[in-house]
Design a protein around this ligand. Structure first.
Ligand code: UDP
Length: 470
């Protein structure tokens, strides 16, 4: 009998590039227990505190290898945060190669699966004759965006790199087409085209979506990639379990507080692992929550004019976020609001019966978590692909309301608009419709994960491919 296949996963820097890869490997092992998995983890400066506590919950059958940290002073000056994620992997490549060589010498390694920002490591799959896969913790729309730009790297180099040179596939809704604006600088654009090119050369792409959620997009991608590289595998929704998310006991006061609130009465407010508001926007949100008169649980971060400021910080958490709230806000709202500094156990919150809505930056992980728990969304995208996700949730799935920004005030979402949307969402007819549709989506998500569900079957096809190589 063949040896059980061994797979090496390679993440990239930052919590949101680490935990989806590990969560995916946990799901794989849950369904196919004999597989062997090793996670190779590149680090920028030091592991973020969120990653440290998350990794404490790693099951013993997932081995992890921490690479020597890369330092910002080894990178060119003024490299944008988004580009640093990939550069960390670039600078870690010699160590990744070394670790792979060592794994190959003592096990039946058959495949490499990388985060999309770690795609350069997939060159080792060619060198060592391994199967090559990327795990995209995103919607299939993102894969589609990469796929339709997969032949353009040389052209873009030749003509000069600009966001206008990016083709946008029709599956991306109109209000989400500004996604290319997040690809503003030359290095970020070059990295985008490199990732897109690599996708067309590898064996397969797995992504965190499911057939019933993005039926048309997935169907047309399946047709386009039939018999070609890469094969596509929608395997979601894959989200953290409650125990992964509550490892350090932090935030247990949130749950105690929620236990004392009426069913579906609370709006949970959070902007992901690093999303940050300006001081002015923070004030407007505080006053908006206050004016709405509704209950809220708000995870607050110190303000910054750069919305992704806290994204890669290991422990840039020294300032007390509560010091930045409007005077008297905590006192005035103490009977109906709870403010939590920096981090909260999101999964436990979303699965709590008292939560009736999620004011979210629409990161894809948060989006999936909300769908799995049937919690509708107030969309507040900040950067990267979040606007596209917000448009998909609001305009296509109709499970979200999206407050309007005032463009005369540099896109500020003002307090009256915030209060108005929260009230419509929590008690209006519109809100009831959105809640009902989210319940239906929750059921389809659960079906996709059943034994014969679409995503479970897709994952089995992926594993068959690994076994054929073992
Ligand atoms: N998260 C959490 N507690 C927080 C903030 C975030 O547990 O206070 C988790 C959340 O559950 C999600 C992830 O961090 O799994 C954020 O990922 P997402 O893709 O939504 O946003 P990003 O951080 O990439 O912007």
């Amino acid at each position: 009998m063949a040896n059980p296949p061994h797979i090496a996963f390679i993440s990239s820097a930052g919590f949101t590039h680490l935990f989806p890869v590990i969560q995916f490997s946990k799901r794989l092992l849950h369904l196919h227990r004999d597989l062997h998995i090793t996670c190779i983890i590149p680090i920028l400066e030091s592991l973020p505190s969120s990653s440290q506590s998350y990794l404490q919950s790693l099951p013993p059958n997932i081995h992890s290898i921490f690479l020597p940290p890369v330092h910002k002073h080894d990178m060119p000056e003024n490299v944008h945060r988004g580009a640093q994620v990939q550069l960390t992997v670039t600078l870690s490549l010699p160590y990744i190669r070394q670790e792979l060589e060592s794994l190959i010498s003592r096990s039946s390694l058959v495949a490499l699966v990388t985060d999309c920002f770690a795609h350069e490591a997939l060159d080792f799959a060619v060198e060592f004759n391994l199967l090559s896969f990327m795990y995209l913790p995103y919607a299939s729309m993102i894969f589609s965006l990469y796929f339709c730009n997969s032949m353009k790297l040389d052209d873009a180099k030749f003509r000069g790199l600009s966001p206008e040179s990016i083709d946008i596939p029709p599956c991306i809704p109109d209000r989400g087409r500004e996604i290319v604006e997040s690809l503003y600088d030359e290095l970020v654009l070059k990295q985008f085209f490199e990732r897109a090119k690599k996708l067309s050369l590898i064996d397969g792409v797995l992504f965190n979506s499911f057939f019933e959620l993005e039926t048309e997009t997935i169907r047309s991608l399946q047709e386009e990639t039939k018999g070609k590289r890469p094969q596509i595998y929608p395997v979601g929704p894959i989200i953290q379990g409650r125990s992964d998310n509550e490892t350090n006991g932090l935030g247990s006061n949130c749950l105690t507080w929620l236990n004392n609130q009426p069913t579906k009465s609370v709006v949970y407010v959070s902007f992901g692992s690093g999303g940050t508001l300006s001081q002015e926007q923070l004030n407007e949100l505080a006053f908006g929550l206050e004016l709405s008169g509704k209950k809220f649980l708000w995870v607050v971060r110190p303000p910054s004019d750069d919305p992704s400021a806290a994204y890669l910080s290991a422990s840039g958490d020294q300032k007390n976020p509560l010091d930045f709230l409007p005077d008297g806000f905590l006192e005035r709202t103490k009977d109906r609001g709870l403010v939590v500094p920096l981090w909260a156990p999101q999964i436990s919150i979303l699965s709590h019966g008292s939560v009736g809505g999620f004011l979210s930056h629409c990161g894809w992980n948060s989006t999936m978590e909300s769908i799995v728990h049937g919690v509708p969304i107030i969309a507040w995208p900040l950067f990267a692909e979040q606007r596209m996700n917000a448009a998909f949730l609001t305009d296509c799935l109709k499970v979200a309301l999206w407050p309007e920004a005032n463009n005369q005030r540099s896109g500020m979402v003002e307090r009256d608009e915030i209060a108005n949307v929260i009230i419509r969402f929590m008690e209006g007819e519109e809100g009831r419709d959105v809640h009902k549709r989210m319940q239906d989506l929750k059921d389809s998500a659960a079906n996709a994960l059943k034994e014969n569900g679409s995503s479970t079957q897709t994952l089995s096809q992926f594993v068959m491919k690994l076994r054929a190589r073992a």
